[in-house]
Design a protein around this ligand. Structure first.
Ligand code: PLP
Length: 463
């Protein structure tokens, strides 16, 4: 039976909404599935189907849906005081949240600036690095070093730092201050060992610094795991080696933890506990509110702040802010989210179950068409290639993977379509049985679509 509500929503979407990844040739024609409500790790579609939310929205629904504690905190704060100017007024939610985040971040990252989401968090971190070097009296130290396959957002500056080259065409991206290093994708090592590959990546960084001059480089901006660029987990020791190079040249190490923060990798923040570095600045968003309301931010080290404040301030004002900086409702939601995560041990659960998750994804490696599986904490992927010996997927592989995603959707699982990857980064409250459900659906979908492509055995696929 046709669902008229669903048709109305789909029509209004088609006619009036510009999507964040809009294929312009299909503007006004493509239809997205309509969702109505959700609970736990499940979302419900308007046609009555219940689906497992494999990517946790956009890697953000840490505690899952329908959590009354967060909804109550939002309602309470909206009634008590929905808004206060961050320029002139203090409120309890922002103060208490900043204090709390300072205890969760590594090292002396104790100064927190709140933004409206991940892009504005990274944008503010980069603007802070400009401000920092100007106040320090070295206006030429402004370049930002980033990596191909990195993703940092959709403001002018963060889009310019994004190394997903497919996002560049038809935008006037100014990259005169931005320099790209190779993607640390272990599949790009070719016939080098991972150690030799890492040595080459570090050498490329050092050579680039020497070419450009360390006195021109403000910051190295990096996600611990290159998430949207393909769930790329750099070789072991990468982060510490890069941090050491940064320290030698007085370059700020900005760790973009918009995806990896708030338990996604089995720790509150991944930089130190998972990857062994204490950055100068950490950016966060998404999981800080489990996606219930928008919020982002950055935490800056006391050491960095001390160099440009107090007697070192030289009359400067940090004039970067948003109407919704310190937003009381968003900060109240984040506090309730963090309290809930602590009470239920959600981060510990994510850490504890991560091995099971990685093994479950790896169990798919026997299927023809599955070239690789990767996971850290509860972020993972299955890489689907018609020829698994290829390092990266081509257009045929992407079409193959899209069909797998579509079949998963029919079978009750949302899989984020990301090139040749089935990305699975579920709500952190997921159980072992629910992981089994995800993997069973992936197995069926990959087998069926693989068979339709003539893939019958692993050997045949390789050959
Ligand atoms: N940084 C990283 C690592 C991200 O993955 C994203 C979004 O996915 C962003 C920044 C931008 O965040 P937002 O979409 O909230 O602006």
């Amino acid at each position: 039976m046709a669902d008229t509500r669903q048709d109305d929503v789909a029509t209004a979407m088609r006619e009036h909404v510009l999507l964040p990844a809009q294929e312009m040739a299909r503007l006004g024609t493509a239809t997205q599935p309509v969702l109505t409500h959700a609970e736990g790790i499940y979302v419900h579609a308007a046609d009555g189907r219940r689906l497992i939310d494999g990517p946790a929205g956009m890697w953000c629904a840490q505690v899952g849906y329908g959590r009354k504690e967060i909804v109550d905190a939002i309602a309470h704060q909206a009634m008590a005081l929905p808004y206060a100017s961050p320029w002139y007024m203090a409120t309890s939610p922002a103060a208490r949240l900043a204090e709390k985040i300072a205890t969760l971040t590594p090292g002396d990252l104790n100064r927190v600036f709140f933004t409206t989401g991940g892009s504005t968090a990274v944008d503010s971190a980069l603007r802070f690095s400009e401000f920092y070097n100007n106040v320090l009296g070295r206006p030429e130290k402004k370049r930002i070093i980033v990596r191909f396959d990195g993703y940092h957002g959709s403001t002018a500056l963060t889009a310019a730092c994004t190394g997903r080259t497919g996002n560049w065409p038809n935008f006037d991206i100014r990259q005169d201050r931005i320099s790209f290093l190779s993607s640390p994708n272990p599949r790009h090592a070719g016939n080098r060992t991972q150690e030799a590959f890492l040595d080459d990546l570090v050498k490329e960084f050092e050579d680039r610094i020497a070419d450009l001059g360390p006195e021109t480089i403000a910051a190295f901006l990096a996600e611990p795991i290159l998430a949207s660029g393909g769930v790329i987990i750099p070789p072991k020791g990468y982060h510490a080696r890069f941090k050491e190079v940064c320290e030698r040249h007085d370059i700020l190490y900005i760790s973009d933890e918009v995806v990896t923060g708030f338990g996604r990798c089995g720790e509150w923040f991944a930089s130190e506990k998972v990857f062994g570095v204490v950055p100068d600045i950490i950016t966060f968003a998404k999981g800080v509110t489990s996606g219930y309301v928008p919020l982002g931010g950055l935490a800056i080290s006391d050491k960095v702040m001390a160099r440009i404040s107090g007697e070192n301030a030289k009359g400067s004002w940090f004039t970067n802010g948003y109407t919704y900086t310190n937003h009381p409702v968003s900060c109240a939601a984040a506090l309730a989210n963090i309290e809930l995560m602590e009470r239920e041990g959600v981060v510990e659960h994510a850490r504890e179950i991560s091995g099971y998750f990685a093994d479950a994804l790896a169990s798919l490696l026997d299927l023809p068409g599955v070239a690789d599986t990767r996971a850290v904490g509860l972020v993972g992927c299955v890489q689907c290639l018609l020829d698994p010996t290829r390092a990266d997927g081509n257009d045929d592989d992407k079409a193959f993977t899209r069909k797998i995603d579509e079949r998963c959707f029919e079978l009750g699982l949302i899989v984020r379509p990301l090139g040749d990857l089935c990305v699975i980064s579920p709500p952190l409250i997921i159980t072992r049985a629910q992981i089994d459900d995800i993997v069973a659906i992936l197995r069926q979908a990959i087998s069926e679509v693989g068979a339709a492509h003539g893939l019958t055995s692993k050997e045949a696929a390789v050959g």
